[in-house]
Design a protein around this ligand. Structure first.
Ligand SMILES: C[S@@+](CC[C@H](N)C(=O)[O-])C[C@H]1O[C@@H](n2cnc3c(N)ncnc32)[C@H](O)[C@@H]1O
Length: 214
């Protein structure tokens, strides 16, 4: 029977490295964390500090009224796209299982309701300027994400399984954007929707990802 592949690396072999970013415990015991290989043996704070030097301007928010399991998946995706921060709107406690510890490498902001999110967004950019609040949902009045010119400074707000984006949150959004669907299901899950929306932002704003225009 084939053995499952071990994730990560075992104890450090060879001369002891001097790099202050490296964690002596991980060097001694091995590093099995869910991190890219270039961060192997790095201290947690050193990884966060390095990510901080190149976070993108886009934010992600997710409503949390019912402890939806998808929140963890959205947070993990937010880490993969190195967003400025992820925001939880509603209950402070959220179901971290699907995040696979990726939340610990990010900045987490909490807002008790949609109004508080909008208040933060009014001055949320690094220079104190506004961050555009954009809903991501397929609701009456939503416009297609595919042809929308996403602003650089924006927060993409996702709803929950079942209710979707609350009317209160829709009311504070500059626009609500839907991902066009072609099948019979009413919706895709929020984690998938978050990934598609973030990828659309990256294609628009990250150098080297922009489509070549003729
Ligand atoms: C299961 S959906 C819920 C609601 C959906 N509006 C409905 O009519 O059933 C949960 C969340 O996933 C995201 N979502 C799912 N499908 C989407 C789509 N086609 N476009 C944009 N967001 C979507 C939205 O953030 C939504 O609030």
């Amino acid at each position: 029977m084939t053995q499952p592949r071990e994730v990560g690396v075992g104890p450090w072999e060879g001369p002891w490295p001097e790099d202050p970013r490296l964690d002596p415990d991980l060097l001694r015991e091995g590093d099995r964390r869910n991190v890219e290989d270039r961060y192997r043996y790095w201290r947690h704070e050193a990884i966060v500090a390095e990510l901080d030097t190149r976070r993108h301007e886009v934010h992600v928010a997710i409503e949390n009224w019912e402890h939806d399991l998808n929140i963890g998946s959205v947070v993990r995706t937010a880490n993969a796209f190195n967003v400025a921060a992820f925001h939880v709107v509603g209950r402070r406690r959220w179901n971290r299982r699907g995040a696979m510890v990726t939340d610990r490498y990010q900045h987490e902001l909490h807002h008790p309701d949609a109004t508080a999110l909008a208040t933060w967004a009014a001055t949320g950019a690094p220079d104190g300027g506004p961050v555009t609040v954009l809903g991501i949902d397929n609701v009456p009045g939503s416009v297609p994400l595919e042809t929308y010119d996403l602003p650089r400074h924006c927060v993409l707000v996702l709803g929950q399984e079942g209710p979707g984006l609350t009317p209160q949150t829709q009311a504070v959004c500059a626009d609500v954007l839907h991902i066009t669907q072609y099948g019979s299901t009413r919706s895709i899950n929020a984690g998938a929707a978050g990934a598609i929306a973030l990828h659309a932002w990256v294609r628009r704003h990250v150098e080297g990802q922009r489509p070549v225009r003729s």
